[in-house]
Design a protein around this ligand. Structure first.
Ligand SMILES: [Zn+2]
Length: 493
């Protein structure tokens, strides 16, 4: 008999189900995509040669519950679970192209895995290793089988960013079996604080995994209190709860702010609203319902921000909406176009390039903020008519550095700091319609306070336009014209 066949025979005689036997050959995921008989054949095992096989109808004996998976992996149970999910009304609300599974199993399953591991080490010392798990875990086998079955039934693909089906299983003998661990290694439980909130938790999964491995538990000590291989039980594991969690979706785009009376995010002072609306709210009200999520649970972030009275023109400011527990994981182009149209109708903002992006892409918006260039256009006024000297003085092609102390107007919410900021270029134009007006285009490092760069903030920004031209200058209005961030990708539609 081959060693594989001996292992199989041994595990079957210990009352492991066939799928659990297969787990100990540590084969690829494909093993769980075929019948267990075919998979076992790959390891030289002809299923019907086992005297303890339970499919013999003449025996008419109810097979024992598998000592390893406690019945979890039995095929009729897996079928029933798939049926339960596919017909679940709650799950049907998730219109997701992908799905994922998560499973919580009793710790008794791990105690039993340890017992089997110890028995295999004793019996097959050259085949198994005390620091390398002998099997594909029950959890992984469960997920592999279930994934395949759900893919077939739902016609959807497994995806880490799909809707998650969460299973939670319990076992009536969980506590009794875990109590025995205290006898095996009393030192682990000395001085252990009992958490009053979860009194039922005798040992946490982490503590079990840390303290109970073949390397730090002696077989003799273990065997004195816990059966090796594991004891046969009539009780099987039972499904306690199935719940569903939608994926977190990221919707990116660029926005223009056309209003000088709109804040970027809800503007509250002492709980009182200062503005009726905000960039964020206009978007989330349109987007939230489509993804089945309350608008106020969407998280808005953008590449920098502008003041309430500053418009954002040009190609717009990149932003992303994080949509947690979404009921959909896709966005059709026609819908994206409709979103853009509806948001445009606000007449306060306009969006473009709406698209779903991966979480990894968020680095673009969260980092490199300091290195970005921003292009502004300021409408400024002098106390006297604009002269050629003034226009010339404010035509600066070489980059220069200004020292900016935190402006007085934001000092109540930002720390007092002096920060150097690079101004890459300045270009001023006289205005035909008003001889005291100047239009100034400014390219700055992100994070520059532009209003203060113009008037100087009582000398707190040095140099400033006022010091450069040697006379007072005021800023009337400001627009962001460009943000040098080549993300998200531009869409032609
Ligand atoms: Zn099993």
């Amino acid at each position: 008999m081959t060693e594989n066949a001996e292992i199989y025979r041994f595990l079957r005689s210990a009352s492991c189900c066939r799928t659990c036997c297969l787990r100990f050959f540590k084969g690829p995921a494909d093993d769980y995509f075929m019948s267990v008989e075919d998979a076992l054949q790959k390891y030289g095992i002809a299923v019907d040669d086992s005297p303890t096989d339970d499919e013999n109808p003449s025996k008419k004996v109810r097979p024992n519950t598998c000592v390893a998976c406690l019945g979890l992996l039995e095929s009729h149970r897996m079928e029933a679970l798939v049926e339960q999910i596919c017909t679940n009304d709650e799950f049907r609300k998730y219109d997701c192209q992908g799905f994922n599974t998560s499973v919580s199993l009793p710790i008794a399953v791990q105690v039993r895995q340890l017992s089997l591991w110890l028995s295999l080490l004793e019996r097959f010392p050259t085949r198994f290793d005390s620091c390398k798990a002998p099997d594909i875990t029950v959890r992984d086998a469960f997920k592999r089988i279930l994934t395949r079955k759900l893919q077939e039934r739902l016609g959807r693909k497994f995806s880490t960013s799909g809707a998650v089906v969460n299973f939670s299983f319990s076992y009536v003998n969980e506590e009794a079996e875990l109590q025995l661990l205290q006898k095996v290694k009393p030192e682990v439980f000395v001085g252990r604080k009992v958490d009053k909130q979860c009194r039922n938790v005798f040992i946490t999964r982490n503590a079990f995994e840390r303290n109970f491995t073949p390397e730090n538990v002696s077989l003799d000590q273990f065997r004195q209190h816990i059966e090796v291989p594991p004891a046969i039980q009539g009780e099987s594991i039972s499904l306690e709860n199935v719940s569903f969690t939608g994926p977190t979706i990221f919707l990116a785009g660029r926005y223009n702010k056309i209003s000088r009376e709109l804040s970027q995010t809800p503007w509250l002072i002492d709980g009182k609203r200062m503005r009726e609306n905000s960039v964020q709210e206009i978007m989330t009200l349109v987007v939230g319902p489509y993804f089945g999520v309350p608008p106020d649970s969407l998280i808005f972030s953008s590449s920098g921000r502008e003041d309430v009275d500053v418009r954002c023109l040009g190609e717009g400011r990149p932003f992303v909406l994080e949509i947690p527990n979404a009921k959909k994981d896709y966005l059709e182009e026609t819908v994206a176009v409709k979103f853009e149209k509806v948001i445009d109708e606000s007449k306060q903002i306009s969006v473009r390039d709406l698209q779903l992006v991966d979480r990894e892409e968020l680095v673009h918006i969260k980092h490199g903020e300091e290195d970005k260039h921003k292009v502004y256009r300021a409408l400024c006024f002098l106390q006297n008519p604009v002269t050629l000297e003034v226009v010339k003085a404010l035509n600066i092609e070489e980059p220069f550095v200004v020292d900016q102390w935190t402006p007085l107007r934001v000092l109540h919410r930002r720390p007092l700091l002096a920060r150097p900021r690079t101004i890459y270029s300045v270009k001023a134009y006289a205005c035909k319609r008003n001889d005291r007006a100047l239009i100034v285009d400014i390219v700055t490092q992100a994070g520059t306070y532009v209003k203060e760069l113009v008037h100087g903030d009582f000398g707190r920004t040095k140099p400033n336009f006022s010091s450069i031209i040697g006379q007072p200058i005021d800023i009337h209005s400001l627009d962001v014209m460009a943000i040098a961030l080549d993300w998200p990708k531009k869409l032609s539609r």
